[in-house]
Each structure stands twice: as C-alpha cells, then as structure tokens.
Design a protein around this ligand. Sequence first.
Ligand SMILES: CC(C)(COP(=O)(O)OP(=O)(O)OC[C@H]1O[C@@H](n2cnc3c(N)ncnc32)[C@H](O)[C@@H]1OP(=O)(O)O)[C@@H](O)C(=O)NCCC(=O)NCCS
Length: 296
Amino acid sequence: MDSVQVRPMREDDLRSAERASAVTFLEAERSTGRVGGPEAEPRSAVASEQWIDRMRFFLSVDAGGCWVAVDGDEGAAGTVGFAISQNRGRLWFLATYGVLPSHQGRGVGKRLMDAALAHADGRPGIFSSSIHPGATRRYRMAAFSLHPQMQMVGTVDRSTLPAVHGLREGRADDFAWMDELDQELRGAGHGPDHGYLLGTRRLVVSRDGARPGYVYLDDRGRASLLAARHPETAQTLLWEALASSRGSTLVNCITTANEWAIDVGLAARLDIGQEGYIAVRGMPVPAPYLASGHFL
Ligand SMILES: CC(C)(COP(=O)(O)OP(=O)(O)OC[C@H]1O[C@@H](n2cnc3c(N)ncnc32)[C@H](O)[C@@H]1OP(=O)(O)O)[C@@H](O)C(=O)NCCC(=O)NCCS
C-alpha cells in the first residue's frame, strides 16, 4: 500500500474523486441492500455534476478538511479514497468518506479519517454514517456515539394532508436568524452553506419569529434539512414538504429524538425503515432537526 499517498484535496482531483465516490457507494449499496429493497443504480450524470459542484464548494470554504488518497500507480485518474470534512465555527462535520473497494481493508480509510479528524482539532462533530462495518468501527473508535436512524418512504396519501398555515418562502435575509437557530440546535450556524443550499433548493420558513423554523426542499419536494425550535413548527414544515412531494418520497435522518417526524410520516401513510446512524461526538443529537446528509 506504499504507493498510496494521503494528501490535501485539490480542485483538479474533483473529477477522479467523484468517480471513486460513485464506484464506492454503488458497490456499498449493492453489498448492504436488503432483500426485496430497491436495486442500487449507478449515479446519473446530473448527480455526478452535483457532487462535483458541492465538493468544489466545500473546497472553496474550508480546504483544510478535504483529503484524498491517491494511488501513484494509477496516474492522473488515481484517486482511490476521499474524506471531505468541514469546520463551521465550533462544529466539525464529515460530508462524505470512502475508499474504492479495490483498496479497502488496507488502512487507507484510517489514514484519511485521521487527517480529517486532525482538522476537527477537538471540535464537537456530527455526520450521517453508513452501516459499513469498517466505517462504524472507525467512528466508534474515534469516540463517536452511533444513533440509529429511521427513514420514511412511500407515496403520500394526499387525503391526509392538513391545511398548513404560518409559512412563507425563505430568502437570504432569513439567514441571520436561521444561523442562530442552528447555533441552538447543533452548536454552530450553517454559515455559507445556507447560501449554497438556497441556490440549489427551495427554502420554506416559519412566519412566527417566536417559533422559528426552516426547511430546504429538493427538486422532488423532499426535505433535505429541517430545523425548528418547537416540534409543532417542525411538523408543519414537514407537512409542507410532504404536500410538495411528487411520486415516491423519502424523509431521511430521523433519530428517536425526532419522533415528531415519525408521527407525521405515519399520518401520511409512509412506511418506517431503518438506515444507518447519526454519529455525534461532544454534542447531543439535534432536535427538532432532520440533518442533511452532506451539510448536516
Ligand atoms: C468505510 C471505509 C471508508 C473504510 O476504508 P478502509 O480503507 O476499508 O478502512 P481501513 O482499512 O483503514 O479499516 C478501517 C477499520 O475497519 C476495519 N475494517 C475494514 N473493513 C472491514 C470490514 N469489511 N469488516 C469489519 N471491519 C473492517 C479495519 O480492520 C480497520 O480497523 P483497525 O484499524 O482497528 O484494524 C471503506 O470501507 C468504504 O468506503 N466503505 C463503503 C462506503 C462507506 O460506507 N463509507 C462511509 C460513509 S459514512
């Protein structure tokens, strides 16, 4: 394994890192998929470009948390692993982490994680973890608590949708109070991530300043990050997401601290599934909160 070097990520690594990520996660999904579950699909060209765009953003905001493993034997296309982490104020998060199947089990993942954790410099940390035994072993050994996550899947029964009041479209001038809410819930604002998310998603916010809350919805109306001071606001925001969903939907990253989301999903006749963990160190599991996989 001496031909593999772990070094800071550069802009010109993005394309080969994306390929390594696509292969790694497709293989991981295939090997951990449940019998009868949906078949793992290769990443689409659009999703590949979105991955590159997101990682370029992380590189521009906090390059010190972005690491790659490169195999010298494989020339310019030689990225075999990546750990993309970020500091926001006093919080560290891991956006994504993987090693090509051909290079797993030989210590590359440990070297990448050690580099990303050194960047955390003792900050509390959070990320969404797969169930891969190598990954969970690494995380627990780094003192993260692994909280099982649920997800809700299915097609919303539209006859269950309640009339939703007290919400409006969000704008960039909402970011200041949103960051304060983030600070309450997870110890740090999303800072520049809000600008990135607003550029790529719809933002819906609570009109009631005493009961603040917000949700970002992706192009299929799925909640990709939701934060609120009170569970009732969180439920209203989630109902808005379910009302705008098209076809089969997904509510992800639900911990037991966030059963308010389970109650909404069940009322909408979605099914409960189980998927991975929220890993936290030095902080409680945020609630009422649904984390985003990449922005936490
Ligand atoms: C998780 C992952 C990045 C680890 O990379 P890796 O190069 O295989 O990791 P390492 O070789 O450094 O091993 C990590 C630790 O897990 C153990 N391990 C590795 N693969 C394992 C497996 N299949 N089963 C059990 N333990 C395993 C290793 O022994 C090592 O522990 P040790 O240092 O105490 O001996 C890699 O396996 C991967 O990309 N998995 C699929 C994608 C994924 O799940 N990513 C994490 C998303 S949160």
